[in-house]
Design a protein around this ligand. Structure first.
Ligand code: ADP
Ligand code: ZN
Ligand code: ZN
Length: 730
């Protein structure tokens, strides 16, 4: 026994605890992968620790099969984050590991960066190309691409030219028409542009962040759209790089645009690695390795990039920190912003949360002095923020969603040679199809929801479960042909705009119009070039894109967020209005924002237009405090669903009873109750809210609850999940 030592290993899968194994010879360090026997097969796990004594009967210990890494591939801070978040989110440790490791690494592939392979055309290749490669279109295309790239091409670029580049590449190499070269270095890769001269507020913010370089300090960078937050990020990153440290930048799903990446690359050269969910396994692994070996000085990514390994971490930035897409909405329901703050704390480095419309959570943290606020209240380059106006649409006839004042304003701005943005967060032609004779409504058969009419292809679609069917011509209830399409979505408004403003081309941007690859970029380009004058779209327009030519914004329906079932709906409404409004205006001419509402006297809209976001946020925060809702308290949601309505509710009732018997002090229950939309995709959903003034009692309750659910017979018929700090409660 004396030649054996122990390792404690996290194994991917639904396991809360690590498993102990024996090692003969050199012990792989914590953070390294090992292949271990598991059940009747094998799995690739990660060493968590070197225990002195085993957690189970030593006679039952088995040896590891193989050691896969000499060195740790997960730095200690990631291991700590992994264990901490499994506990915080009450989610299995082994599943958190799965979420964190790129798939090729889970399969046992090498974690060591391969040298980047790069090839360029030779003189012989040029000659062959000039002569023409008859009957070899694939080689011809590849060789032509090489001729256009004097610095050479790598595998990623080749794959972009042709997914089947391998065979032709080998053929070209065999004929010496292309040759391997060293990859271009950061210095040669891209011309680096110099930063603008920072304004006083920008300079002060950048300095404050740089001055906190060696300690944990969260900053809330609150700056209106166009105030130059990105320049502050870039300045803080430059200071971080000058000290030889890496920066991690998280952006919401929709904010990771090619323009943003270009802006970072133009300033920082080839040292930027990009991580997002659309990457191939191979590209993700490459970016991951570049971060891990500190070849990448800056890692820009969406939510899951919060788990990027950093060899020399120096700064974490979370852009649009209020954005709901930073929270994972299924499975391992972590919040990337909150994990970013936790990670910065473990690493003792600064973290910057940026937004024009900060979350109430972050504002509450400013109030209790946990976060330091940095403000940018002026637009960069002297532009004036847009003026917000309400348009009362109660007694006005709307033509396809557009009021007369909005149409008139559009006409003026278009005639003045400017662009107009029309925002409606509802795609399709019409949200309702109703029978004029018997009032029958076309509903989804699997959800408690109406089917949306999509006129272009004449179909009804459910926006919740994706079900679809042909648009009926007669009422299925009474046989009448008097079917009426009620309300307007973007498709219908687009048709109306084209009819009313035939001289001004319209571009529609929503999930339907951009489904085909390249259509989004093409649409945005038509706006940027000025070819299109009216820009119509959903949420997809609200973030990440700049439209400097837009001077008028029309928000068609501001009311849906005012009376939502979700307690966060008003906060999200205020944020959305201001994010959309932020697209308007420029230096020479301030923008105008017209907000159509049937409730123009509503206090939220009133304070939004007269007093601004700070006033709205203060008001909403006070309401949350008096209602005992987050951020004034800690919340978790227990969700349950099943093919029948009763079992989820019964399970949650028993869960509540069980927790009630535990007499956890200060724990408060909301529900159980059916979810606001009870039936989704044929499953009935219920939820139980747990609230506590502090984290400890909530944590204890969730711990008890999980143990109970794991052993409850009732829970086997029902799919359940726990959502800590829920962002969407529908
Ligand atoms: P935000 O991220 O706060 O919306 P950006 O950083 O995108 O703002 O800046 C808005 C615009 O102003 C960009 O076009 C940017 O290049 C420009 N800008 C930012 N800071 C300055 C500055 N100090 N001087 C001149 N232009 C600036
Ligand atoms: Zn009918
Ligand atoms: Zn449905």
């Amino acid at each position: 026994m004396s030649t054996h030592t122990l390792v404690r290993v996290i194994v991917p899968g639904p396991f809360d605890e690590p498993f102990d194994y024996l090692v003969e010879g050199d012990r792989p360090p914590p953070g390294a992968r090992v292949r271990v026997p598991f059940g009747r097969g094998h799995r690739v796990g990660v060493v968590l620790a070197w225990p002195e004594t085993a957690a189970v009967d030593p006679a039952r210990l088995r040896p590891i099969t193989a050691s896969l890494d000499r060195e740790a591939i997960l730095p200690p801070d990631l291991l700590a984050l992994l264990t901490w978040s499994a506990g915080y989110y009450h989610y299995p440790l082994g599943e958190v590991l799965t979420a964190l490791l790129p798939a090729p690494l889970r399969q046992g592939r090498s974690a060591v960066a391969e040298p980047t392979e790069h090839w360029r055309i030779t003189a012989a290749g040029e000659a062959a190309l000039a002569a023409g490669l008859r009957g070899q279109p694939a080689r011809q295309r590849l060789l032509a691409a090489f001729a256009d790239a004097p610095a050479g091409l790598d595998r990623t670029q080749l794959r972009g030219i042709s997914p089947n580049y391998r065979q032709p590449l080998h053929a070209l190499l065999a004929r010496d028409w292309v040759e391997p070269v060293d990859p271009p270095t950061a210095a040669t890769a891209a011309p680096i542009t110099s930063p603008p001269e920072l304004g006083a507020e920008q300079a002060a913010a950048t300095q404050a962040i740089a001055a906190a370089a060696d300690r944990f300090q969260p900053f809330l960078l609150q700056g209106i759209t166009g105030s130059g937050k990105t320049e502050v990020y870039l300045g803080a990153i430059a200071a971080c790089r000058a000290r030889g440290r890496q920066a991690l930048v998280l952006v919401p799903e929709i904010g990771l645009t090619p323009q943003l990446i270009q802006r970072f690359e133009a300033r920082l050269g080839g040292s930027v690695a990009v991580l997002h969910s659309g990457l191939t396994d191979r590209d993700r692994l490459t970016a991951w390795r570049r971060a891990a070996c500190s070849e990448a000085a800056v890692i820009v990514g969406t939510r899951s990039a919060v788990f990027a390994p950093l060899a020399r971490p120096g700064l974490i930035i979370v852009d649009e920190e209020h954005d709901a897409s930073l929270k994972q909405q299924d499975g391992y329901r972590y919040h990337a912003r909150d994990l970013a703050v936790r990670r910065a704390q473990q690493l003792d480095i600064p973290v910057v949360l940026g937004s024009a419309t900060p979350s109430l959570e972050s504002l509450a943290n400013v109030e209790r002095a946990a976060y330091q606020r940095l403000r940018l209240d002026r637009r960069a380059g002297g532009a004036t923020p847009p003026a917000l106006e309400l348009v009362d649409i109660r007694r006005r006839r709307l033509a396809e969603g557009l009021s007369a004042p909005l149409r008139e304003a559009m006409q003026q701005h278009l005639e003045a040679g400017e662009q107009v943005l029309v925002f409606l967060n509802r795609r399709g032609w019409a949200p309702t199809l109703i029978c004029d004779d018997c009032a029958h409504v076309a509903n989804c058969q699997r959800c408690d929801a109406r089917m949306t009419v999509h006129a272009r292809d004449n179909r009804l679609r459910c926006h919740h479960c994706g079900a679809e069917r042909a648009q009926p011509t007669v009422c299925p209830e009474c046989g009448s042909t008097a079917l009426v399409q009620l309300g307007a979505g973007t498709e219908r408004v687009e048709a109306a705009l084209q009819a009313s403003f035939p001289d001004y081309p319209t571009v529609r941007i929503d999930r339907d119009s951009t489904r085909r690859r390249g259509t989004l970029d093409a649409g945005l380009e038509r706006i940027r070039s000025g070819a299109a004058r009216i820009l119509l779209g959903t949420q997809m327009l609200a973030k990440g894109h700049d439209f400097p030519g837009v001077t008028l914004v029309g928000i068609l329906d501001a009311d849906r967020g005012l009376f939502g079932a979700d307690f966060r709906a008003p906060e999200q409404l205020a944020q959305t209005i201001l994010q959309v409004a932020g697209r308007a205006g420029r230096a020479e001419r301030p923008g105008r924002v017209l907000i159509q509402s049937r409730h123009p006297e509503h206090p939220l809209l009133q304070s939004l237009i007269h007093a601004g976001y700070d006033a709205v946020a203060a008001q909403l925060l006070a309401e949350r405090r008096s209602a005992g809702l987050p951020p004034a308290s800690r919340m978790a949601l227990v969700r349950a669903e099943a093919p029948a309505a009763a079992p989820p509710l019964e399970l949650l009732r028993s869960a509540r009873e069980h927790l009630g018997e535990r007499r956890i002090r200060d724990l408060e229950f909301h529900g159980p109750a059916p979810a606001p939309m009870e039936r989704l995709a044929g499953r009935y959903r219920a939820q139980l809210g747990l609230l506590a003034p502090r984290r400890a009692p909530l944590h204890r309750a969730l711990h008890e609850l999980r143990a109970w659910l794991a052993s409850s017979r009732q829970a086997r018929q029902v799919r359940w999940s726990i959502d800590v700090d829920p962002v969407e409660i529908l």
